[in-house]
Write a protein that binds this ligand. Structure first.
Ligand code: GYE
Length: 330
């Protein structure tokens, strides 16, 4: 039975994604074991980074452990695909919808549809624009990106104390334009270093959270600014790894000629921190699956849940004892 329902859902998913129409079919008759399981519709944005892949895995594993049936879609980095998937979840009358808003703007209509259908909505990982009607979603679970940006800035303050240079010239690789992590990681960092004459921004460019674009953007920055660059602040590890390739190809030493500050905490970045090629890794955990499933259970039972849940996060720097860092798992 469970299998049949899954196949039905999958087939319908393909149909709706390809036909681009609003489905009118109702959730299939619930029978047998699968009928008692909660159904969670989860709209993921894609697989742009190891962080994201770890996030998807965390959601899948937690659903399995909690016995929650998962209807998951991959938007391939397109907001319109995400909106279409959410409409599909509504048509299927899922118990709860969770989604990762790729950017902050543009969700009003589809969230109104979810509210009219009486389906609670969890924002996972990213937020939506602050001006939106608050009743359009129930809860947010994800990182405090502003705090992450501040941690990055605070590390730089410490690093500057030990630098012989009078001025440190900074380049910044920004995440996806209009997304919460890009907006808040930028703001938190600049709020900390603002007004301090030891720092000078050379340029900030987007690398879209992609390794390939991080490399490309860093190549351009190096062509333009060369060895004037003292600091790279990058909004995610994927872009940082690409940038490090570009820095080494340009004959410079990452972590030494250029101070490198990155966010996420992927295994690959922590390994490079240990090698001295990265100076600071601000942690952002993708392991949100358990929290999402707990929220799903509570919402389906009609219980109250907190409006905002931030998982605990830390940072790893060259000043710390790095031997004890447990395997990152993403
Ligand atoms: O930092 C990046 C990913 O939204 C926090 O998205 C997430 C970010 C993460 O692609 O690696």
């Amino acid at each position: 039975m469970r299998k049949h329902r899954f196949i039905l859902i999958l087939l319908a998913g393909c149909l709706f994604l390809f036909a681009g129409c609003t489905p009118t079919r109702e959730r299939p008759e619930e029978t047998g074991e699968s009928g008692n399981r909660l159904l969670l519709g989860f709209a993921q944005i894609g697989s742009e980074s190891s962080w994201r892949i770890g996030n998807t895995r965390s959601v899948q594993e937690a659903a399995e452990q909690h016995g929650i049936q998962l209807m998951m879609s991959d938007a391939n980095q397109k907001q319109e695909n995400e909106i279409r998937a959410i409409r599909q979840f509504i048509a299927y009358q899922v118990d709860v919808i969770a989604f990762v808003p790729i950017v902050e703007e543009g969700w009003e209509n589809v969230l109104l549809e979810a509210r009219n259908a009486g389906i609670p909505v969890i924002l996972s990982d990213r937020q939506i624009s602050g001006t939106i009607d608050e009743s359009l979603y129930t809860t947010y679970v994800g990182a405090d990106f502003y705090a992450e940006g501040k941690k990055a800035g605070e590390f730089l303050l410490k690093k500057a104390e030990q630098s012989e240079k009078e001025t440190l010239h900074i380049v910044e690789l920004l995440g996806t334009p209009g997304s919460t992590p890009a907006l808040q990681r930028e703001r938190g960092f600049h709020d900390v270093i603002a007004g301090d004459s030891r720092f000078e921004m050379l340029e900030a460019v987007s690398g879209d959270f992609l390794r390939s674009k991080g490399k490309e953007s860093m190549e351009k920055l190096l062509e333009k600014w060369g060895s004037e660059i003292d600091v790279l602040y990058s909004h995610n590890d994927g872009m940082t790894l690409g940038a490090i390739d570009a820095i080494e190809s340009a004959g410079l030493r990452p972590g030494k000629d250029i101070v490198i500050i990155t966010v996420d905490g992927e295994q690959a970045a922590v390994d490079l921190l240990k090698e001295g090629k990265i100076n600071c890794v601000v942690e952002c955990t993708p392991m949100l699956g358990d929290l999402i499933m707990e929220l799903t259970e509570k919402l389906a039972a009609g219980e109250e849940v907190p409006r905002v849940i931030h998982p605990e996060e830390t940072m790893f720097t060259e000043y710390d004892d790095l031997d004890g860092i447990p395997s990152r798992g993403y």
